[in-house]
Design a protein around this ligand. Structure first.
Ligand SMILES: [Fe+2]
Ligand SMILES: [Fe+2]
Length: 358
């Protein structure tokens, strides 16, 4: 748990959601005219099939709370320790912020493009993400910590990303989101006594939405293969590492959450990396070598550096600042070393589409 913030009021929850740090979820905007120029012709048959799936909307009735929901919160969640409660609230707030981040981005693109394929896709994905964000927010409201999503939309800082960076980053966050949710769901399916909050029962059908969102970005990139070769491979490598490292550090700062589910953060994270590596071969010709001992040591070092940065932040003053700068430089150097490790290369499959089989 980060030392500088206790989530004990709606205002604290809002501060947490608005945080703009390297690790916190961000809001994005992009170049809509460039999105207009995208051409889906090379993947038309797969695209049409995917649009039919969105149209079918098999999750339209999924995000409703059942009458037992409140009872389960009362019976199970009331038993967790105050520290664990903080970690879970932190998890809910980062999750709602990243769901809502997708909702805003897809909605903005939908409103600002004329390209009919992109417009239609973005409308479907914004629909899904708005349900996801709303559903998590209901659980925050149970604790009196509901976020004002409209206010967040107006006041949180936005980051501009070129379309190709949006594709790499969003593709990965959708797929890693799927891998995270399905790993938790399977674990709690095997160990129902460890399900300390009912929201996890929704994760299976939920993560199929995220899987499909990822499929959509995979098709966009496969239709524009220049995004997947040459100098762009350096960007793909960068985003793979940035997404994996962020998740690793963030998860390790809240270890109790996974322990309560009978998982251990490092094992959980490497399970998620493995699934994400397997899936991302549908579109990226390179994957990170997550079994390289230097990779594992580097990830660990990033986490240890982050705890030093948090401690320096909490200390404040000139010494705190100096120590923060030093540790930030060490973090950057570690990231650079990880970036330079050899990657694994492979051919792309003939068809990009995959099924959520985990
Ligand atoms: Fe989502
Ligand atoms: Fe999504």
């Amino acid at each position: 748990m980060q030392a500088d913030l206790t989530i004990d009021s709606a205002a604290a929850a809002e501060r947490k959601a608005k945080e703009t740090t390297l690790l916190s979820p961000r809001f994005y905007t992009t170049d809509f005219r460039a999105m207009d120029r995208l051409d889906m012709t090379p993947v038309r048959a797969e695209w049409t099939a995917m649009m039919a799936e969105y149209e079918g909307d098999n999750n339209h009735d999924h995000f409703q709370r059942t009458p037992e929901f409140a009872t389960e919160v009362a019976e199970r969640f009331s038993k967790v320790s105050p520290e664990m409660r903080q970690e879970f609230l932190d998890f809910l707030i980062t999750s709602v912020t990243s769901e809502f981040s997708g909702c805003i981005l897809y909605n903005e693109i939908q409103k600002n493009v004329t390209n009919p394929d992109i417009k239609q896709l973005m409308r479907f994905m914004a629909r899904d993400e708005s349900r996801h964000a709303g559903f998590i927010n209901q659980s925050l409201k149970d604790f009196g910590l509901g976020l004002d999503l409209g206010g967040l939309k107006r006041t949180k800082a936005y980051t501009y990303f070129k379309p190709k960076y949006i594709f790499y980053a969003t593709y990965l966050s959708e797929k890693i989101g799927y891998a995270r949710y399905i790993t938790i769901f399977r674990q709690l399916e095997r160990n129902p006594d460890k399900r300390f909050h009912p929201i996890f029962r929704w994760f299976e059908r939920w993560c199929n939405d995220e899987f499909r969102h990822g499929e959509s970005f995979a098709l966009i990139m496969r239709a524009n293969p220049h995004l997947l070769r040459g100098g762009n491979l350096l960007w793909i490598r960068f985003f793979l590492l940035a997404v994996y490292a962020t998740m690793y550090v963030r998860d390790h700062t809240r270890p109790m959450l996974h322990q309560a589910m009978g998982l251990e953060s490092t094992t959980y994270d490497y399970t998620v990396f493995r699934i994400t590596n397997d899936i991302s071969k549908q579109v990226f010709p390179i994957t990170l070598d997550i079994d390289n001992p230097a990779f594992r040591a580097g990830m660990d070092r990033l986490f240890r550096i982050q705890t030093r940065i948090n401690a320096a932040k909490a200390r404040g003053g000139v010494l705190g600042l100096a120590s923060r700068l030093l540790w930030s430089a060490a973090g950057l150097a570690t990231f650079a070393r990880l970036y330079l490790l050899p990657v694994q290369r492979h051919e792309l499959p003939a068809s990009a589409r995959m099924a959520p089989a985990w």
